[in-house]
Design a protein around this ligand. Structure first.
Ligand code: SF4
Length: 300
């Protein structure tokens, strides 16, 4: 999802940039980019193909810092995972993010604004503690990178905030929501994302997650969802269809705008023909070098 700057690096065309080897990795589908395409093919093009930089926001940066603080919290022994320690993790998380992306410092006019913003991140962490007690949990992984290839050849890739495994072996996928996107739009998108991860985990490890848990920190609410096999099979077909549609649009360059109320949140509105703008010339589909083990149609 596009709610955090962290997620901006998770899109599939992180794979289309040249790697150190000089080769281009095979494009894959991530939940954020699949959602983008479903919402508006032109939005997908601007983000994933043109890769036009978007203006970072304080809310995105806050999401990144809160996710990072929670990840660091679970690196600590369970007995140390309290509110005070969590709050102390925010500043180092911000310093690390600012070192990676110095331009984010410009989000704040002065030290006072930065302090206020860190306090707002602290309130989200406070909310987290209202939802669960991290001292009672021992996650298998946080910020876990997952990747798998469907039978159809579609490559799926993304990051799961947290994977919990019960003593009985049941797996739960957890996602923290820190954004302020309208709930009616955000919830379907969040469930789409969680089904995506459930499918990746199921296909990669053969384990069907028992529960998908969305934690809305700003609202202090959790949404639990239990996937079933038939539903994930249907979802798999949906992802296949989305990827085929992306490939068709990618080859033809025909990424149509799909105006909606979400245009108000779109950074590309000034470039969008649906709003009187002019899109830049289509740069072409980022063809990676062919991989020998790649089933036909996947990484093209
Ligand atoms: S402004 Fe709306 S229609 Fe245009 S690219 Fe953005 S989301 Fe799509």
């Amino acid at each position: 999802m596009a709610e955090s700057a962290r997620n901006e690096t998770n899109g599939e065309f992180a794979s289309s940039t040249p790697q150190e080897s000089g080769e281009r990795r095979r494009p894959a589908l991530s939940p954020s980019r699949a959602s983008d395409f479903k919402q508006c093919p032109l939005l997908y093009r601007f983000r994933a193909v043109d890769r036009i930089p978007e203006t970072p926001t304080k809310a995105q940066a806050r999401g990144t810092v809160v996710h990072s603080a929670l990840e660091r919290l679970f690196d600590l022994p369970a007995t140390r995972r309290d509110r005070t320690t969590a709050a102390e993790l925010l500043t180092p998380a911000w310093r690390e993010l600012r070192a990676e992306r110095p331009e984010l410092a410009e989000l704040f006019a002065d030290e006072h604004e930065l302090t206020e913003w860190l306090a707002s991140a602290g309130r989200l962490l406070e909310s987290y503690f209202e939802l669960e007690d991290p001292r009672r949990l021992e996650p298998e992984a946080c910020e876990m990178r997952v990747e798998t290839e469907l039978e159809s050849g579609v490559l799926l890739r993304g990051f799961i905030d947290r994977v919990d495994v019960a003593p009985t072996g049941e797996v739960r996928l957890v996602d923290y929501k820190t954004g302020s996107a309208p709930r009616q739009f955000g919830e379907n998108k969040a469930l789409f994302q969680m089904k995506f991860y459930a499918l990746v985990l199921w296909r990669a490890r053969g384990e069907m997650p028992r529960q998908l848990l969305l934690m809305y920190l700003a609202d202090r609410q959790s949404l639990a969802y239990t996937p079933d096999e038939a539903e994930l099979r249907r979802f798999e077909r949906t992802l296949d269809a989305i990827w085929q549609a992306i490939l068709r649009a990618g080859r033809s360059g025909d990424f149509r705008p799909n105006p909606s109320r979400l245009c108000d949140f779109c950074d590309f509105k000034p470039l969008c023909p649906a709003h009187g703008g002019t899109a830049p010339p289509y740069p072409g589909w980022p063809e990676p070098q062919r991989e020998t083990a790649t089933p036909a149609g996947a990484g093209e």
